[in-house]
Design a protein around this ligand. Sequence first.
Ligand SMILES: [Fe+2]
Length: 377
Amino acid sequence: MGNYYNPVKIKIASLEVIGNVLNNLNPQLSKIVLLTRGGDFSESQAGQTLYKCLEGFEVKQLEVEISNPDVEDLFHYFQQINHFDYQCIVGIGGGSVLDLSKSLSALKNMEIDSTSALRSVIEQKLYKENPNIVPWIGIPTTSGTGSEVTCWATIWDRANGVKMSVDSEKLYAHTAIIDPTLTASLPKSLTASTALDALCHATEAYWSKNSNEISRVYSLEAIHSIVNHFEKVLNHPTEVTLRKEIALGSLYAGLAFSNTRTTACHSISYPLTLELGMVHGIAASITLAKVMEINFDSIIENDKLLQAFGVSSCSEIQELIEHFHQLSGFSSKLRDYKANEEIIETIAGNAFTKGRMDNNPVALTKEDVKQILLSIY
Ligand SMILES: [Fe+2]
């Protein structure tokens, strides 16, 4: 039994459909905030195409040079657009750009005069009552975060060493445009780490306490697609048909976990990233097989999960993930990220994110987490 809900209009199409999307959203639309990655985006083909499509609008562009946005970063961008009466936000980029787009759509016209005021707005979820939330459109340029089809955004609070979340059903994108050609120039490490993130979203959604008949179908399809095309896409990065398979895998994973959220692997990944600087997709996938071993008997139709991975045991999944890490130039051992016993103790203590760890089908203790971490030390 279960309920499935996701209101995002999904277009698997060329970026050029943005003109029609904006017109359908609101024929009177005139002012848009455009969030893009920094670097050479403006000169890129995608940048040029987008500017052409947006020629008839008044556009304020924010170039996002950072990744993993912090509450201070969000305040910085908020200040830059707060006096521009935008009716819509378009975000084109990786998870950080999409998470910022989503967060800024939630904060429009709110009276926030400092980073600490913004921190309170997020902690107390005051944006949920904001009557001025504007629609946003997500155009992912990586295949992994799923932010274009989820209703939450990760905002870090490094000053306090915690991860925060901007989260409301009002924050689903109006439309997600999935154009796999946008991912064709991604470097190997980013292709791999984002695909592994999506693989974790799909797998954790499958065993989540909130999984349901529909989310599990998306999970299995996502896992199958990502596992079968991972190595191929690393070997043939410009092959658009392979990029499309990974993009669809990521999209299905997003649709699965948009309804279930993630579980222990993501919960443990946050302190792994904060303490060891590990890339998100690696931090999440490094414990995937170990957590699966613990969860295995509680997983509904666990045989289908193994089948989707094309294996017959959790230890084979460990080998598969290690193989994927190795292909992409990442280590599967915490010692290579400068972990030590003291840091592992801290990570285990901080691995219990509300809404994530308690969504795992088996209740883990701090000692369990420590044992998982030591087993991959
Ligand atoms: Fe993730």
